[in-house]
Design a protein around this ligand. Structure first.
Ligand code: AHM
Ligand code: MG
Length: 342
């Protein structure tokens, strides 16, 4: 790290000045989100010491067990973002309904969505977890914000990012003009620029998928993974390696750093559900980051960013990462769709 690192604030101001990429209110919103992530990072670090590990008797809107840190992270993000004057409403994976900005605060033009603590099953085992966020613009002329105003395709996100709480606390951000990474530097007391213009290599030989679900997958995913597993002797003619952290933030971070693919596909266990992950809080922001870094993100034959959401908490199949591999997977889905039904 240089002696004179570029802080997140300075980087954002320079983006605003030199490229006119971001309006002032969006810049301040991102700073607010980063400040909340810093507080969550501290809570995660002190977890056991503060006695805030473990589950709560409650479950969230998804019917999943809530961890104490899920609730703390959600409250920190809500509290940090509602008074700033940049937002019209907030939606969280942990909240059933949207949270319009209370009338006592000024109302802004943006909508913020987040998964406050992704990978929460990894909290107790001290493995990397994180916050994922997405920013949309509220359509002009809206008096009262409703959930329907959030239902915009991912291609309309004006910003997206995540923060990993692991050996380092890293904020990865896109404003739609490439992807940058910032590290939380205790000496500086804030995030400093660590990597500019992240690029995902087009070719890879590494995949991430929960293999225990193999028997439930659809044929195109099964075909892709079978071919990877066949290695050098198989149709791909090379050996593949597998990694699976079990926190999407950590698995996608690895893909952004060194390539690879991350797959959480549709499976037969709940055929009416598109997948395990949520479109608005997980799939869309990660898809924007990956595509801004030169990769691809699909739900099958369709690009994730093109999906028209129908409800706030809807699920999506997620397949993202190195372009050549995801293009191949998309091809396998197209071929399966074109094949006559058995
Ligand atoms: P969460 O947001 O409730 O933590 O759930 C999402 C997580 C992802 O981070 C991860 O990829 C996936 O769930 C793992 O789920 P499973 O262990 O069921 O395969
Ligand atoms: Mg999650």
């Amino acid at each position: 790290m240089s002696d004179n690192p570029v802080s997140l604030s300075r980087w954002l101001i320079e983006q605003q000045r030199s490229h006119g990429h971001i309006p002032g209110s969006l810049r301040l919103l991102i700073e607010q989100v980063a400040r909340a992530c810093k507080r969550i990072s501290r809570a995660v670090n002190r977890g056991a010491a503060q006695g805030i590990l473990g589950s709560l008797p409650s479950s969230n809107v998804q019917g999943e067990v809530q961890k104490q840190l899920d609730v703390i992270a959600n409250d920190v993000l809500l509290e940090a973002n509602e008074w700033g004057g940049h937002l019209a409403a907030i939606a969280s994976e942990e909240l059933e309904r949207i949270h319009p900005i209370p009338h006592r605060f000024p109302r802004g033009e943006y909508l913020l969505l987040y998964d406050p603590l992704d990978g929460s099953s990894n909290i107790e085992v001290n493995v990397t977890i994180g916050t994922i966020f997405s920013v949309l613009h509220l359509d002009e002329g809206v008096e009262e914000v409703q959930a329907a105003h959030f239902l915009q395709p991912g291609s309309r996100q004006v910003a997206a990012g995540y923060c990993t709480y692991g050996p380092q606390t890293t904020l990865v951000l896109t404003l739609g003009h490439g992807v940058c990474a910032f590290t939380l530097d205790a000496d500086q007391g804030g995030f400093v620029l660590a990597q500019q213009d992240l690029r995902i290599p087009a070719a890879t030989s590494e995949f991430a998928i929960n293999m225990s679900n193999m028997r439930h997958w659809a044929q195109p995913v099964r075909r892709y993974i079978d071919e990877c597993l066949a290695g050098r002797e198989g149709p791909r003619g090379k050996d593949f390696n597998m990694r699976w952290v079990g926190s999407m933030v950590a698995d996608v971070h690895r893909v952004l750093q060194r390539g690879g693919v991350f797959l959480y596909p549709w499976d037969r266990r709940e055929p009416r559900r598109a997948g395990r992950l949520r479109l608005m809080y997980e799939a869309n922001p990660m898809a924007l980051l990956v595509e801004q870094a030169g990769g691809l993100a699909i739900a099958g034959s369709q690009r994730i960013l093109d999906i028209q959401p129908e409800e706030l908490h809807q699920r999506a199949a997620v397949m993202l990462g190195s372009r050549d591999e995801i293009e191949r997977l998309r091809q396998y889905h197209l071929e399966a769709e074109a094949a006559p039904a058995a």
